[in-house]
Each structure stands twice: as C-alpha cells, then as structure tokens.
Design a protein around this ligand. Structure first.
Ligand SMILES: Nc1ncnc2c1ncn2[C@@H]1O[C@H](COP(=O)(O)OP(=O)(O)OP(=O)(O)O)[C@@H](O)[C@H]1O
Ligand SMILES: [Mg+2]
Length: 245
C-alpha cells in the first residue's frame, strides 16, 4: 500500500534522506529505529508533504497513487496520518471540536451524516478515556497546556478518531509513564485489529515493542535503511548500540 523508491529529501539544500526505499503492505507494522538525526522524522514529514522538505528524487506511492503532487490535507484524506514527535499546541480550537470536525470531513466524504457537538460528545469521551485522559480535555484548546505525556496520548486519540489506513507514529513513547506506555500500545494494537491499519512506528526503545506486534524492524542511519530484521535486532541494539551498523 505504501511504496517508497529511491527517495532523496533535502532541507535547506542539505541532503537528509538519500535513495531511501521502503515497501509496506496492508496491515503490516514496520518499526524504524536509528540514532538521533538519522532522518526518521524527516521521512514522516516527506510522506505527509511538509513544504520545507524538498523531494529531490524518487517517488512515493500510496495505494497505487503518486502522492508527491498532493497537498498534505489530501494525503490525510487519502488515509495517511502522522502522530507527531513534538505535538503542537493549537489554542482557540477545542480538542473536542477538532476531533469532531476532522471526523466529519471523513463522514461527509463517505456520504454519511455529519455529527453535531452533542452527538459527537459521547464518542469523544470514549476515545479520550480509553487512553486515560480526562474528559474535561474535550473543552480545552488542542494540546493547550497538556503535559508532555498527555500530548502524546492526545495524538493516539486523534488516530482512533480518524481511523487512518496508514499511521506514522513518531516516538510516541518518549515522555510516557510506564502505565501510559502500555495503554497507548494497547490502543494502537486495538485500532490495528479493528481497521487493518498499516503502521510505521519510530522508537528508540525496546520497552514499547514488548507490548506490540510487528513485522519488521529497520535500522536507519544517515538517511538510509542499513539493516532490516526482526526482534533479535532490538536485543542486539540494547546491548551494543548502533556501532555495529
Ligand atoms: N528544518 C530543518 N532545518 C535544518 N536542518 C534540519 C531541519 N529539520 C531537520 N534537520 C536536520 O535533518 C537531520 C535529520 O533530522 P530528523 O529530525 O529527521 O532526525 P531523527 O532521526 O528524527 O532524529 P531524533 O531521533 O532525534 O528524533 C538532522 O541533522 C536535523 O538537524
Ligand atoms: Mg525524530
């Protein structure tokens, strides 16, 4: 469903990704690990179409469609979703309204009836409480004053609301306490089994992977995948770091 071929990406004329290749099939989960600055977040932004990240060569196809010409909102409507490493605060729009408006775009496109604030409240409350956030968050600005861990959990709430076809989850575990980590991993697994969603999950640590099913682990270094394998790779990494790659 996602096919990335020979992708090179630059920021301010500096090459970050070089001839990057990745194929993801429906329902697969791919873990990406790699040292700081290796280009993991850059890959996510390039897939989502961030204007600062210039594609200098290669292609990205999503369900057979060339997405490189599509603006970010169209990519999102096609079913791509990014859970940010550093979620931004969006004051002035409440979290509940944000969730409802984005869900309604999807409902509208599939010809279904859009939901009123009253109708949506119950859905939002359930989604929010599933990751142990308080329902009062519905009435607060998006991420406004949320703690680090609350922001990360709010990203998962958005994912649960939107039911994307492919999620890019960038270091969801950083800043989460042990219990939240488990909850978030369970929520991701639940969404995967409910929707058949494919996932690219970026992490630095084994602990999140202990609670998750996955198909491949890729080690990324200097803008490229340098090794692909299974669980044994993480164990090696936890022991020896990245020096062997
Ligand atoms: N807007 C920017 N301007 C200049 N350089 C940038 C910009 N964004 C990213 N870079 C550089 O691109 C490289 C890759 O960054 P990226 O954020 O993709 O790394 P990462 O693998 O996600 O790292 P981390 O594990 O620390 O999150 C880094 O050297 C970073 O400084
Ligand atoms: Mg990053």
């Amino acid at each position: 469903m996602l096919s990335i071929k020979n992708l090179s990406v630059s920021i301010n004329d500096e090459k970050i990704l070089e001839n990057f290749n990745l194929e993801i099939k429906k329902g697969e989960t791919h873990i990406i690990m790699g040292p700081n600055g290796s280009g993991k977040s850059t890959l996510c932004y390039a897939i989502m179409g961030h204007p600062k990240y210039k594609i200098t060569s290669g292609k990205i196809e999503f369900n057979g469609q060339n997405i490189l010409e599509m603006p970010t909102d169209e990519r999102a409507r096609a079913g791509l979703f990014l859970a940010f490493q550093y979620p931004k605060e969006v004051p002035g729009i409440t979290f509940g309204n944000f969730l409802r408006q984005s869900s309604n775009v999807k409902l509208k496109e599939s010809g279904e009836k859009v939901l009123s604030p009253m109708e949506y409240f119950k859905i939002a409350k359930e989604l929010i409480e599933k990751v142990d956030l308080d329902k009062s968050m519905i009435g607060r600005g998006v991420n406004e004053g949320f703690s680090g861990g609350e922001k990360k959990r709010a990203e998962i709430v958005q994912m649960a609301a939107l039911k994307p076809k492919l999620s890019l989850i960038d270091e969801i575990d950083s800043g989460l306490d042990i219990d939240s980590l488990k909850k978030v991993a369970q929520s991701i697994e639940e969404i995967k089994s409910e929707t058949g969603m494919s996932t690219i999950l970026i992490t630095h640590y084994q602990r999140l992977l202990n609670y998750m099913n996955f198909d491949f682990i890729h080690i990324m270094k200097n803008g490229k995948i340098v090794k692909t394998g299974g669980k044994e790779l993480v164990e090696d990494l936890e022991k020896n770091g990245y020096q062997n790659f």
